[in-house]
Design a protein around this ligand. Structure first.
Ligand SMILES: *Cc1c(COP(=O)(O)O)cnc(C)c1O
Length: 375
């Protein structure tokens, strides 16, 4: 009998250890981890640089609270905003918390409450983030939601234009919807959002919790679009496996988040920052990002050769594949064949290897996919 709430539909695999892209379960069975803990383990499992960062920092200082100065947060914030139009960072512990901060910041800054969000989006499980999430299955049963989130169809320019008005505080979106099925924003839709954003005081929140930190082959996915968000939310890949989240914001927002307006006890504690700085120093490097782009092209090419009937969506190492059937039974078969994957909606299989995955591991994954999907 389990003493756990059964709020997760867990797969019958107990993973015991990991190294790079490979994980091993308690029975010694080996798997290629093409989930990365849902886009979290940026540098794979037990990366020596992260192991060393944790070891070194754990001997010095774990936690002191935001009552005191944080040279580590200062440095990480500088590294994150380097060469971007964004100027300031706030650190918390998860993606939902990052989006809560973003929502609070736009409400306080604009004095307005209407935030436009999209169907099939996912922004987290806390009240604000859940209310922003455009999926009934996430919101149902919890009573009154946080008000004035307007959910529109994604990539529908006319619906967007009709919905924006003087009461609109912000538009909030993922550049590629992750949980909702690996659905990228279209160029046309990004352009429409950009025009509204430029010509009005409507703010723009881009949720990069899944797409950020090199996942799409750029530091942030918005850099591959015309969009210039006022706020970017981050988590997942930011800590490479250690829990940390955060937002980046423009200089205009600086005065709104003044002393006492928002906070969290753990946010940006020295241990989390030491790990995140290590991840970011690795990923925010042109050669590394180029390697992600190269592996992405390689992966897509091999998938097309092996399985020409697949529909492939996504960017970088955030790929969704579909073939018009429910993927759940195939996820189980792939588990058994030694390839861990994540569904994204009922009919899309999400492939999220660590950004350090090798081309040999991609070959092996494609070969397993071919065997399982053609039998
Ligand atoms: C996972 C995810 C979240 C929620 O992050 P948590 O750390 O689970 O709270 C929010 N937004 C997006 C786009 C995500 O993929």
């Amino acid at each position: 009998m389990s003493a756990l709430f059964q709020n997760y539909a867990r797969r019958p695999i107990a993973i015991e250890k990991g190294q790079g892209t490979v994980v091993t379960d308690v029975n010694g069975k080996r798997y290629l981890d093409f989930t990365s803990g849902i886009a979290v383990c940026t540098l794979g499992h037990a990366h020596p640089a992260i192991v060393q960062a944790i070891q070194k920092q754990s001997e010095k200082l774990w936690h002191v609270s935001n009552l005191f100065e944080s040279p580590g947060q200062e440095k990480l914030a500088q590294t994150l905003v380097q060469d971007l139009h964004l100027s300031y960072a706030f650190f918390c512990n998860s993606g939902a918390e990052a989006n809560e901060a973003a929502i609070k910041l736009v409400r306080k800054h604009t004095g307005k409450h209407k935030i436009i969000v999209f169907e099939k989006s996912f922004h987290g499980r806390t009240f604000g983030a859940m209310s922003a999430t455009g999926q009934d299955k996430v919101r149902q049963g919890f009573g009154p939601l946080v008000s004035e989130f307007i959910t529109l169809p994604f990539n529908d320019v006319a619906a967007l234009k009709a919905a924006v008005d003087d009461e609109t505080a912000a538009i909030m979106l993922e550049i590629i919807q992750g949980e909702g099925g690996v659905n990228p924003v279209t160029e046309e839709f990004a352009q429409a959002i950009h025009e509204i954003h430029q010509s009005s005081d409507v703010l723009l929140i881009v949720d990069e919790v899944q797409t950020g930190i090199g996942r799409t082959g750029a530091r942030f996915a918005f850099e591959q679009t015309v969009l210039k968000p006022d706020i970017v939310s981050m988590a997942k890949g930011l800590g490479g496996g250690f829990p940390i989240g955060g937002i980046l914001g423009t200089a205009e927002l600086f005065d709104t988040f003044n002393a006492g307006t928002h906070g969290t006890t753990y946010g940006g504690n020295p241990l989390a920052i030491a790990v995140s700085q290590t991840v970011i120093d690795y990923v925010f490097n042109e050669d590394f990002l180029k390697s992600v782009q190269y592996k992405s092209e390689y992966f897509i090419q091999k998938l097309k050769e092996a399985l020409p009937h697949l529909k492939i969506n996504g960017k970088g190492l955030m790929l969704g594949i579909g073939w018009g059937e429910d993927v759940a039974p195939f996820v189980t078969k792939l588990d058994q064949a030694g390839l861990l994957t994540v569904p994204a909606g009922p009919q899309v299989l999400r492939l999220l290897p660590p950004l350090t995955v090798t081309t040999e591991e991609i070959d092996e994954a494609v070969s397993i996919l071919k065997t399982v999907l053609t039998n």
